[in-house]
Unconditional design. Structure first.
Length: 72
């Protein structure tokens, strides 16, 4: 059986993952990948690198008090 994990020269693991995007978002990523002449993986990795500091500012669900949760 082949192992899906490989190690690069820098020592980082490359693991196969499945990510699910809404159809419209996936099409936008595909369009940008084509425009940039890059792979979908490259576009998603680059987007993560650019956005991660903003994403880390979002409070986790554990950081929100029950009193702050809006009633439905």
């Amino acid at each position: 059986m082949a192992d899906e994990t490989t190690t690069t020269r820098t020592g980082s693991d490359k693991r196969k993952q499945s990510l699910y995007f809404p159809e419209i978002m996936l099409q936008e990523i595909k369009d940008e990948a084509a425009r940039l002449d890059r792979s979908l993986s490259w576009v998603v990795q680059r987007a993560w690198k650019l956005a991660r500091s903003d994403i880390r500012k979002i409070p986790s669900v554990n950081d929100i008090d029950d009193d702050e949760t809006p009633a439905t």
